[in-house]
Write a protein that binds this ligand. Sequence first.
Ligand code: ADP
Ligand code: SF4
Length: 691
Amino acid sequence: MTRDPRYDILFEPVKIGPVTARNRFYQVPHCNGMGRTFPSSMAAMRGVKAEGGWAVVSTEQIDIHPTSDITGATEGRMWSDQDVPYLARMCDAVHEHDSLALIELTHNGKFASNSYSREVPIFPSHMPVVGNNPVQARAMDKADIRDYRRWHLEAVKRSKQAGFDIVCCYAAHNLSLAGQFMLPRYNQRTDEYGGSLENRVRLFREIMEDAKEAVGDTMGVVARFAVDELRGAEGMEWEKEGREIIEMLAELPDLWDVNVAEWHNDSVTSRFAEEGFQEPFIAFVKSVTTKPVVAVGRYTTPDRMVSLIKNGVMDMIGAARPSIADPFLPKKIEEGRIEDIRECIGCNICVGWDALMAPMRCTQNPTKGEEWRKGWHPERIPEKTADESVLIIGAGPAGLEAARAAGERGYNVTLAEADEELGGRVAREARLPGLSAWGRVRDYRVYQIQQMANVEVFPASRLTAEQVLEFGADHIAIATGSHWRKDGYGRIHQFPIPGLSDAQVLTPDDVMAGVVPAGPVIVYDDDHYYMGGIVAEKLRGDGLDVTLVTSDPVVSSWTSINLEQHRIQAHVLGLGIEVLANHKLHRVAGQAVELACVFSERVTTLEAASIVMVTSRLPDAALFDELDADQARLKEAGSPSLRRIGDCYGPATIAAAVYEGHRFARELGTEPEDIPYKRELTELADEFALP
Ligand code: ADP
Ligand code: SF4
């Protein structure tokens, strides 16, 4: 296939100071839960992106000194020469595919409480650290400022030594001293680093000048700056100081990487922001600098990218999440295969896993984080080991991915789905308010499967155990999903709730099937992910009076790790949904629903005609159990392998179901080890021949 000439512009080279990016695709810095803790995984993951066509491949944030110690988080460090080799490995992986390696250097200021280094945190002014730790950052004196510049410069020089092509001076997301000095609410200084805008910007200017002087002849120097904080006059505003700062420093860096702060505004979930949501804030930047500009906006569509370049909004297409969901996005455009792009769904599971301090996971890309430890490549999969057939029952995310990946391996695959519609829970959930982008999980896989002559799909085909055995496949995967339970068992309740059997009780499955219960309705959330909040929103949209009761202190509490809890809570309240936090379901007596405070056990009674229980799920494993129970019949049917995958095995995230489907296909014809991956520390121990 050849590329559509309309997209040629995306493959023009871009000069970034003394270095040249081979095209306009720029993977902006992003955390990944690997960093220095899982450095081999991190290097391999970055290498795959370079292979997939990203001309610039960046690190996550790299701290420059022990006073910027965010231990726990698995980001990078460039504290001393000791940090050079692991980062050099990433550079090698990126250079292998002719891309440029970029390092984002930062000092976290009051975002670092220095629990490992035990240093006193530093900041423009005296202020408590972020995160409720009983620690205060102290105001930097002149010697501290000199030290900070020296540490930054030393880190720049070490970056060059490691092999990086570009150094990024960071003043975005409120996560870096250089940016924190700019903000009057943080900077109460009266010296030449405080007061006027020029003074507040001085440090950012100085670290860039230092970097240019030291390495500017061979390395690109990038300014990464948040032009707006979306907090009105209290913070940076793009029409005011945001613009003035770019005007002041316009020609100093070799490229401007611009966005909005904080991280939760930069990486908004698709539930709350569309592709290109940052354009109103950053569109002015190109008019005040001649240097190339890169920005992000969860861009996945090449036509949109072309128009951004042609309309002078940006010179390079920045991406974190789209490059995670599809590391080969540029290559697919280049090769004229845009239908093959695996578009990010904006769910922020990737962000969540970084917050969990574990290697990043992606709903759309099951190989993310597995590049090194399992050797999984996002675009290559080993051929089948034998001419065998595979029957997959259930076309939710697990079944669809299993069919796609097994089909790609060359197996003869049959996928049977009880419903007319493919997609399982993804099809249902994508119809909930704000979640339509999640349908991409289904769309990508259905399209891929349609291209494969060796994969046959049978919708509207609910298979019985008899039919499964009659089919005579060599391998059977049961991907029949799960259902929400009605009996109250969840996180807090591990016992039946008195009176529940007499009430009108529904589950999210009923709501997604279109049942509108009688109002007023209580949505009882003892699950704490998105479903409670979104079911409440759906029912409010149906015109009901809704009270959302949750056993946690806030609505949809787990979503704080994927950056959307505050938005969900504000949205729910804005819709007129009553919220009762820290309460559990105690007893139901007709329409009187008794709720007990989780701390005091004090009971509050609410009148409700119905209750929607969002508590936990049970696997739909009847088909598996029936097949598994009769080994003799299985033997008669030729002893096929039999596995459960996805929610039918263990109800979890959509990302987990996709991963399990992929894993099933990868493991066909293999004998997986008990620990089916390499571990970084064990490898190291091997290397040093420890006893
Ligand atoms: P997962 O997240 O694990 O992929 P889902 O709940 O999304 O699970 O999907 C399970 C799918 O399996 C649903 O679309 C359901 O209709 C289908 N299914 C359940 N039982 C059968 C069966 N006996 N035959 C065919 N399809 C089935
Ligand atoms: Fe996009 Fe979700 Fe993957 Fe993150 S986890 S890259 S938001 S699809």
